[in-house]
Design a binder for this molecule. Structure first.
Ligand code: C2E
Ligand code: CA
Ligand code: CA
Length: 765
């Protein structure tokens, strides 16, 4: 769970990081577009400026050539050749941009040149391949024509020739005026000073010769100026422009508008470029700005953005990590709360479920499981209040943890605790648990009260009793329950126990309908006077014959009836039946004394809320009848709640009912409490009587019980007397009443009547 939500937080963090990166990217992209747009408009502006500047410059030369040409022709006509030459030199001196001036006739022969060009007089402009194209063109044109830029070795300069046809009054060409402009001063003239330094300019002639290129070094002139732009490249460029702007070359040429696009520079790097066309002089003006310039501009925003991005994301990371840390801590404490009992601070059942496998693995899957349940905790809670109960639970938890070091102690809930213990040897564990029971029983003080804690423990072993926690718990619980039932402190799980439990549930199922189906009958066993052997009374003993289970002895089904609660209904049936039968028997047999009818009473019957009410109703029904009613209770009654039991018994006695303490000697109650109890009779358990002849210890015990009862004037009944020797020995020591097979076995009412009518036989026994 923890990992899952941490992951979710980290995922959110990654999402924000990604989002911030995308936002930064978008911002940069927008900035880039902005710069590009700026660069484009700046470029358009520059392109327009340059185009105007070149066109103006050429217009100026057009006028200049016309004027100078006419003047020179006039001087020549007047045979003032030297004056004409002087004029040329003067002009050369006054205009530093001029590399030379020449006047040719219509046949291409140079008839007058500036001094530096003297040697070129031999060149015929019409036949020279480098000049023929433009010379032919100039003859046909009314405007100035730019010739190809070429290298003049004698002045060691690259020169741009400008030619203009001179016409007579009739409009016929009578000469061609030429000036050469120095290539290296053109940049200043054409680009001017106001334009950005990174701006590149290319003036490309219609015939693809590059008239001017600001971005090439003199070493590259031969390659760039002397040769035309390969047609293939020009086509590629046009395709590119068309793709980006949708303009064809004709459109560029015809509408004279600027077209902006991204194109490669001479080194193949992309540039923002703008092209325009001059229709008068027939050249393209291409301006370009390297994207590097834009990148440089972008560097600052990028740096800031990176700075912000890193700061933001690192800050966010720290924030998230701290949050996740706090979150994890909160979760750890929450998990602690979920997995621990708030009262005792012990791990709870959920903790066991979550961590059992892990714990078991560290013990190689071999361990024991103790299921511990406090005795009488509910009563203690009810009487002394919950805060006292809580303190007792805390003391138990503390003692558990202290004693079972190296084990895992947990609180299952209520007054139940679980211990996962590495000890797997049964006898070692038994000793260990007995020691613990003693340690637990040590007095604790809560406020001004003193308590001794007793518990029942059930134990199962892994892996032999089970591999899962549930199975081990179920089996230990079963063993604990059995221990409790037998009033023992420790019980181990066994397969027989399982079978017994299974049988118990089967019995419970069948027993629930037994009354309704008339499967239950009451038998009676006579009790006789130890000296005269006269029948004094009878004990009602329940019998159950079930069609599926057959005959089930009361030792087996009574405990099931007790644990399932069926005993109340069944017990009432026995009491009613026994009283009814007792009355009938005493009447039929015409007995001289009151017949005593003893009925066994379970603890839960006595503690049942409407027990007294029912008893009183029953007694009222049989009032005045020749029967004495006696209830047999066992010692276990006083273990659970002595005071409460004593109270109820006193009320029972008050109703005129006698009380017999059954099975004496098998439980825990000390002889000293006997005097305090409202009992009319004590029955020595048959297990002692059975062995009084063979076991000295048992005889001693039986004897001391008899003596004690004598001193307290409580009559003693010995049950389970099976032979005369036993009867004689008991009688010799003062036992008052006998009950046992030697005299009679439990029998149905009819047989009892017969038995009582023949009681003479009994006296002879
Ligand atoms: P218990 O109250 O101790 O009853 C006496 C038992 O000893 C009876 O067993 C009886 O048959 C048996 N017994 C009597 N004399 C001799 C003898 O000489 N030798 C031997 N071996 N046994 C003798 P039963 O009838 O099997 O009852 C067993 C137990 O079931 C009773 O023990 C009593 O605790 C319980 N029980 C029987 N009926 C009822 C009933 O209606 N209500 C309650 N709550 N418990 C009953
Ligand atoms: Ca009895
Ligand atoms: Ca008994």
């Amino acid at each position: 769970m923890q990992n899952y939500s941490n992951k979710a937080l980290w995922r959110t963090y990654i999402f924000i990081v990604c989002f911030s990166l995308i936002a930064a990217g978008t911002f940069l992209n927008l900035k880039w577009s902005d710069f590009k747009k700026d660069a484009t408009s700046q470029q358009s502006y520059s392109n327009k400026l340059i185009a105007n500047s070149i066109a103006n410059n050429l217009d100026k030369y057009e006028v200049f050539l016309n004027l100078v040409g006419s003047r020179l022709q006039g001087l020549l006509k007047e045979n003032k050749t030297s004056e004409a030459k002087n004029l040329i030199e003067e002009l050369m001196l006054s205009n530093k941009a001029l590399a030379g001036i020449g006047l040719a006739n219509q046949n291409g022969e140079l008839i007058l040149t500036s001094a530096r060009l003297d040697h070129q007089k031999l060149i015929n402009l019409k036949s020279n391949p480098e000049t023929s194209d433009t010379f032919e063109a100039v003859l046909k044109s009314d405007f100035l024509i730019m010739g190809r830029t070429y290298y003049m070795p004698n002045i060691q300069e690259w020169v741009v020739p400008l030619r203009l046809a001179l016409k007579n009054e009739a409009g016929l060409v009578n000469g061609v005026m030429t000036v050469g402009l120095k290539f290296n001063v053109l940049e200043e003239t054409w680009l001017g000073n106001s334009l950005p330094s990174h701006l590149k300019l290319l003036v490309l002639r219609n015939d693809l010769y590059r008239q001017f290129a600001s971005f090439v070094s003199p070493e590259e002139y031969q390659e760039w100026i002397a040769k035309p732009l390969p047609e293939q490249r020009f086509k590629q460029l046009l395709d590119m422009i068309y793709q980006q702007t949708g303009k064809t070359i004709d459109q560029i040429k015809s509408d004279g508008k600027l077209v902006s696009y991204s194109g490669p520079d001479k080194d193949g790097f992309m540039n923002a470029q703008t092209v325009s066309y001059n229709r008068k002089y027939n050249y393209y003006i291409v301006t370009g700005t390297s994207y590097d310039v834009l990148y440089e501009k972008l560097a600052l925003p990028i740096s800031w953005l990176i700075f912000f991005c890193i700061t933001f994301n690192v800050g966010l990371f720290i924030l998230f990590r701290r949050n996740i840390h706090t979150h994890s801590q909160a979760k750890v404490s929450l998990q602690y709360q979920v997995e621990h009992d708030p009262l005792t601070k012990l791990p709870n059942r959920r903790y066991l479920l979550n961590h059992y496998q892990e714990w078991s693995k560290t013990n190689s899957g071999e361990h024991s499981l103790l299921y511990l349940d406090l005795n009488n905790f509910k009563t203690c809670n009810d009487i002394h209040g919950h805060s006292t109960g809580d303190k007792i639970l805390c003391a138990t938890a503390a003692r558990l943890v202290e004693f079972f070091k190296g084990s895992l102690c947990a609180r299952q809930g209520g007054d139940e605790f679980i211990v996962l213990c590495p000890v797997t040897n049964q006898s070692v564990l038994l000793d260990y648990c007995e020691d613990f029971a003693n340690a637990l029983a040590k007095t604790i003080h809560v406020e001004h009260l003193e308590f001794s804690i007793y518990a029942s423990m059930g134990i199962s072993f892994a892996p032999c009793d089970g591999h899962t926690l549930d199975e081990l718990l179920r089996k230990a619980d079963m063993a604990m329950y059995e221990a409790k039932r037998k009033s023992r402190s420790i019980g181990f799980y066994s397969e027989e126990l399982e079978a017994k439990t299974k049988q118990a549930s089967e019995i419970e199922r069948e027993l629930s309908t037994a009354l309704k189906n008339n499967e239950l009958t009451v038998f009676y066993q006579p009790q006789v006077d130890a000296y005269s052997y006269h029948v004094l009374g009878i004990e009602a003993l329940l019998r159950w014959n079930n069609p599926t289970l057959g005959f089930v002895p009361p030792d087996v089904f009574i405990p099931v009836a007790e644990s399932s609660g069926l005993i109340n209904e069944i017990g009432r049936f026995v009491m009613e039946q026994a009283l009814k039968d007792g009355y009938e028997v005493s009447k039929v047999c015409n007995l001289k004394h009151k017949l005593r009818v003893s009925v066994n009473l379970s603890v839960s019957q006595l503690f049942n809320d409407d027990f007294l009410e029912h008893l009183q109703g029953l007694l009222a029904q049989h009032q005045g009848q020749e029967v004495t009613f006696m209830l047999e209770v066992t010692e276990s009654l006083f273990i659970d709640d002595l005071i409460r039991a004593k109270n109820i018994l006193e009320q029972v006695k008050f109703c005129g009912v006698f009380i017999s303490l059954d099975d004496f000697g098998t439980g825990y109650s000390s002889l000293s409490v006997l005097s305090k109890l409202p009992i009319n009779e004590l029955k020595i358990d048959r297990s002692f009587v059975n062995d009084i002849l063979t076991d000295e210890h048992d005889w001693l015990l039986a004897k001391s019980i008899i003596y004690l009862c004598k001193s307290l004037s409580i009559p003693v009944v010995a049950e389970g007397v099976e032979n005369k020797a036993q009867a004689d020995r008991l009688a010799a020591h003062g036992c008052d009443v006998f009950q046992g097979y030697y005299f009679a076995k439990p029998m149905p009412k009819e047989q009892l009547i017969e038995f009582l009518n023949n009681k003479k036989d009994l006296n002879q026994a």
